[in-house]
Design a protein around this ligand. Structure first.
Ligand code: GTP
Ligand code: SPV
Ligand code: MN
Length: 601
């Protein structure tokens, strides 16, 4: 450690402090080079943690299999350790920060024994952009290092950008599995039990401590922990927005284009929409981002969005040449796969990949798998990590440090009833109301009573708000108050997931969603028509272009119906949900709810 002497004194001291606590075998500062990435990959292949895929089929690609207990984010082990419980609010788990630090320091003490401590300087957003922010992640996981190199911009250039006293977010991560002298490592180290996992945010200190999990959103700390939970707090304080949203560019046949953001909860279609191939002739979608949008006001009073990430950490199952051809092309090379099936010829396979199941493969748990074995080949939350620049429809301006001006924001979840295909907000506050009531039916409840009940997920941020949910919605409302409303994006509530009595999706979705995007853009441009209903501005019969689409008139009518009875029940459920906010329910939202009830009756 004597060799460590960074010119950024605070960073230097922090690295030394963490090394003193975690007691790694050595400390390594990542330079971010391809050579370094290749070396770590090779070491992980040697140790058995990574499987190189067939270079003729997937050049530069590797497969990892997680521990079966470490496959997704752990929301009940995620903590917002603000100074007071009140600041974290009713929707977050809170622990007193001093108490949490004491608990976690005990866990961190010696937790990196026998391992290398990697220091990853990273930038969220293009290096040097005024909208970007810098973090430094300390981790004992080389899997985290290689993933962070794809998902963010890492290395020496970030240290240079920091200079002697640049600001950075301190991100500490350990898999929580020290090695005794001579002990052989397992292929996916993590803490043995769920109650030893902690994903902790300290909002006032802009600091993240993660322990016990090696997986995605728990361990790649630039993503959910920083770019959403910590950034949401920074955004509130500084007057901007850090949101769980895709960003796309939509160009019409006349060459005019608009940028659209979309807030859909996890596994509700952001990556698919961001890369979609429109089915309507002459229309084109290009990708700016698929998961996170940071939006700040430009000098012209409009909201500009940047994608703070540099890669896609996307859901593999269901991704096929039919559903998302651009994702399939993106993950052809230089991609990390986690928890997918491995075919006998060294390629990947998953449920819904669009090719027949092979007679034999190795499943995500490392076992022999045959089509009749009754198990999934890939875990339902199996993921790919791929560089954004490999996406064939990446927008040329995706790294523009100024961001792109946003014309519309979509919100929506998975609702099999009630919520129509698309519904336009009447004004900013009404749009925030729609964002506050969005959500999905609970489909996988252990408690059967809950099945079919709606989990409201305001702006898809429920697991990612770094502070009180009521204050969060108030922040959205305040943005409207201090802006020129005519320049703000228009908000639309969409629902691709309506089902019929047989339980089948009524709307074909995917590329056909371009028909809805087209209507939205026509509305924004002032050319499209709509009908004002009690719930919002909706397309009338014939306003959505369904030429060439095989859908019955009665299905379209069902998708665009305002079901009064269902909405009255919905209102009761919203009232129940709004009680969560207590006296922090913004009065504007209570007013919108009251207006809706009157309009419906
Ligand atoms: P996160 O990465 O978890 O934030 O998820 P995401 O919002 O990016 O979701 P993604 O695009 O990966 O889609 C998740 C699942 O929804 C996949 O199984 C898709 O096949 C499915 N899906 C996406 N778009 C549609 C759609 O328009 N209709 C239907 N029926 N399913 C869709
Ligand atoms: C999500 O769950 O919304 C994701 C995956 O994007 S993870 O990065 O693991 O949180
Ligand atoms: Mn996500």
């Amino acid at each position: 450690m004597a060799e460590l002497n960074l010119k950024h004194k605070e960073l230097d001291a922090w690295i030394k402090e963490i090394a003193g606590m975690c007691k790694p075998e050595s400390v390594y500062i990542c330079d971010g080079s391809q050579h370094e990435y290749d070396r770590f990959m090779w070491e992980m292949v040697e140790s058995g943690a990574a499987v190189p895929l067939n270079p003729e089929k997937r050049p530069g690609c590797y497969l990892f299999r997680s521990h079966p207990s470490d496959v997704a984010r752990v929301e009940n082990r995620t903590f917002i350790a603000s100074k007071t419980k009140e600041e974290a609010g009713p929707t977050n788990n809170w622990i007193d920060p001093d108490e949490l630090k004491t608990t976690m320091k005990n866990l961190y003490n010696g937790c990196m024994k026998g391992r290398i401590m990697y220091v990853i300087p990273f930038s969220m957003g293009p290096i040097g952009s005024p909208i970007s922010k810098i973090g430094v992640e300390i981790t004992d996981s080389p899997y985290v290092v290689v993933n962070m190199r794809i998902m963010t911009r890492i290395g020496t250039k970030v240290i240079d950008e920091l200079g002697e006293n640049g600001e950075f977010v301190k991100c500490l991560h350990s898999v929580g599995k020290p090695l005794a002298p001579g002990e052989k490592d397992v292929s996916w180290p993590c803490a043995p039990s769920i109650d030893q996992k902690y994903i902790s945010q300290f909002p006032e200190e802009r600091m993240i401590w993660s322990y016990g999990s090696g997986y995605g959103g728990n361990a790649l700390l630039g993503k959910k922990c920083f770019a959403l939970r910590i950034a949401a707090v920074q955004a509130r304080d500084e007057g901007w927005l850090a949101e769980h949203m895709l960003i796309l560019k939509l160009t019409g046949p006349d060459g005019n284009f608009k940028y659209v953001c979309g807030a859909f909860p996890s596994a509700c279609g952001k990556t698919n929409l961001a890369m979609m191939e429109p089915t309507i002739p002459g229309w084109k979608v290009e990708t700016v981002g698929d998961d996170i949008s940071w939006m700040k006001f430009g000098k012209d009073g409009r909201l500009y969005a940047i994608n703070p990430e540099a890669g896609f950490f996307g859901v593999a199952p269901g991704t096929s040449m039919q559903s998302n051809p651009n994702a399939m092309k993106t993950i052809q090379k230089n991609t990390i796969f986690t928890n997918v099936g491995l075919t006998d010829d060294g390629d990947v396979w998953w449920e819904g990949i669009g090719t027949p199941a092979p007679d034999h493969l190795i499943d995500w748990e490392g076992n022999d798998w045959t089509p009749d074995c009754g198990r999934n080949a890939a875990h339902p939350n199996a993921r790919f990590t791929a560089p954004a620049y490999q996406c064939p429809v990446i927008a040329p301006e995706w790294e523009d440090p100024a961001g792109v001006p946003v014309s519309a924001i979509l919100v929506g979840g998975r609702r099999k009833t009630t919520i129509p295909l698309v519904n336009g907000s009447l004004n900013w506050n009404h749009g925030i109301f729609l964002g506050s009531i969005m959500g999905s039916e609970i489909t996988t409840a252990a408690i059967t009573d809950n099945v079919g009940q709606v989990r409201r997920d305001p702006f898809a941020m429920l697991p990612f708000m770094g502070y009180h949910a009521g204050d969060y919605l108030q922040h959205w409302l305040n943005i409207g108050k201090k802006s020129d409303m005519s320049k703000l994006p228009r908000i639309y509530y969409v629902n691709w997931f309506r089902k019929n009595a047989e339980g089948k999706f009524i709307w074909p979705g995917y590329g056909e969603n371009s028909r809805v995007l087209k209507w939205i853009v026509e509305r924004i441009s002032g050319t499209g028509s709509a009908v004002t209903t009690p719930i919002g501005n909706m397309p009338g019969i014939g306003d959505i272009d369904i030429s060439g689409l095989d859908i019955s008139e009665s299905d379209m009518a069902e998708l665009l119906k305002v079901d009064k009875e269902a909405w009255l029940l919905e209102i009761e459920s919203i009232k129940e949900n709004y009680k969560t906010y207590g006296d922090k329910l913004p009065k504007e939202l209570a007013e919108e709810l009251a207006k809706l009830e009157i309009a419906l009756k």
